[in-house]
Design a protein. Structure first.
Length: 435
């Protein structure tokens, strides 16, 4: 038996009474809080419901969150608009909006062989010797069974005249046996006819017939472009994603490249380099400046690089456009000489009397320095002559003979200042046509 002292006996009695008081007080506090919360919450709910009804038109009774209008129908939604964050972004959006309708996709289709599989028995003529192989021993063979029209490629282009004339790359429409179909931004398609292919540049002009006028682009001046200038490329990327937009800068000028593909290869000079993404299918599409002017024709990419693309300056194409509009063909003037542009190194190596001009020579290569029957031959030019000037323009590395000739047309008469045997001669030459 536990022996409890008086103190031990008195401890539990007052403790029990104190705990009971605390419990009652806590219970009253909880009940009061619940009641206050109930009334406050009801008042908050009423205010929230009133606010939502006035400002959001939400029907809390039905649980519907659809906007309602007084007539009982669905309220029209506000149009979604975007505010450009910079002036450059605003310019890009404006160019794309204004000129995307003038950019087209070109689909290349061609009749391709339809191949079928059939089986033969290699022992038909020797059945008496190979009976053990049985009648079911055959081997597969393939043969052509007609042709079918099939899409084989794609490219881009853009309207240069409201009557349906389109500028593109020559390599896009190089196959004379293929059919070409143009798709516009609104999804309409038109058969296209090739009007002319440039014999020296990767340029071609095609035409569609339809509900003219078609939207056109503005042609800029590629002679004023600067490295670092912002540009916009639009085209049928991968021949699948029409009117794809990419943005970049002019990353180089006056490039010389050798471009190839599809069994073709050609050297392109004075090309614009850009880091705007150029993909297969972009060929023939426009390269815009931020004013919405076409300054180049997207043509090639460096396949082993990241975002190095090339465009033909639009000034090169302007002459083709004018010729096709006036004569229906693209022709090049032809002087008929092989030459070397003279600089100080060429002068020193060959002991020439001047450090500029076009030195007529084969330079150790096969062929003739002056083409027989050409404009040069008829003008009296000879092997070893140095053409110093044409119509008063000095010929040097910045102004070569070929560049000066390219600025003229067949039939134009040029005045040549020629150095021969330490004497200056003035010879007239009537340009021929390059075949």
């Amino acid at each position: 038996m536990y022996d409890l002292t008086q103190a031990d006996a008195k401890i539990p009695i007052p403790r029990i009474k104190k705990e009971r008081r605390v419990y009652w007080i806590a219970a009253l506090v909880i009940i009061f809080a619940l009641a206050a919360g109930f009334f406050a919450g009801g008042n908050y709910y009423d205010k929230l419901a009133s606010y939502l009804k006035e400002n959001a038109n939400i029907n809390l009774n039905t649980g519907s969150t659809a906007p309602q209008n007084p007539a009982g129908g669905r309220a029209p939604s506000a149009p979604q608009t975007y505010t450009p964050q910079t002036t450059q972004e605003q310019a890009v959006i404006g160019v794309v909006k204004d000129y995307s309708p003038a950019v087209v996709s070109i689909i290349i289709s061609k009749n391709v062989p339809v191949m079928e599989k059939y089986y033969i028995s290699p022992f038909d003529d020797f059945n008496q010797f190979f009976e053990d192989f049985g009648p079911d021993f055959t081997i597969p063979q393939y043969r052509q069974n007609g042709t079918r029209l099939q899409e084989v490629g794609g490219g881009s282009g853009f309207f240069i005249a409201s009557d349906g004339m389109i500028l593109t790359n020559k390599h896009v429409v190089s196959d004379t046996e293929a059919e070409y179909t143009v798709f516009t931004l609104d999804g309409k398609k038109y058969p296209a006819k090739v009007l002319a292919r440039d014999p020296a540049q990767d340029l071609a002009i095609i035409k569609i017939e339809g509900a003219a006028p078609f939207p056109t682009v503005k042609l800029g001046d590629s002679g004023t472009v600067q490295i670092g200038q912002s540009v916009i490329a639009i085209g049928n990327a991968l021949g699948e994603f029409n009117n794809t937009v990419s943005v970049g800068v002019i990353s180089g000028l006056s490039r010389t490249i050798t471009a190839g593909g599809g069994g073709m290869s050609e050297t392109l000079e004075n090309i614009i380099q850009t880091d705007a993404a150029i993909n297969e299918g972009n060929s023939g599409g426009p390269l815009f400046n931020l004013k919405g002017e076409v300054i180049g024709l997207n043509t090639a990419i460096a396949g082993n690089a990241q975002n190095i693309g090339f465009a033909i300056p639009i000034n090169v194409a302007k002459k083709d456009i004018d010729q096709v509009k006036t004569t229906g063909q693209i022709v090049y003037p032809f002087l008929g000489v092989n030459y070397v542009t003279i600089d100080s190194q060429v002068q020193q190596d060959n002991k020439l009397p001047v450090d500029y001009g076009a030195w007529i020579t084969t330079n150790g290569q096969s062929g003739t320095a002056v083409v027989s029957g050409s404009a040069a031959a008829l003008a009296g030019l000879r092997n070893g002559d140095i053409i110093l000037e044409i119509d008063g323009q000095k010929l040097d590395t910045d102004n070569t003979l070929s560049e000066v000739i390219a600025g003229h047309n067949p039939g134009d008469t040029l005045t040549l200042l020629v150095l021969r045997d330490q004497k200056n001669l003035t010879l007239p030459a009537v340009l021929g046509k390059r075949e």
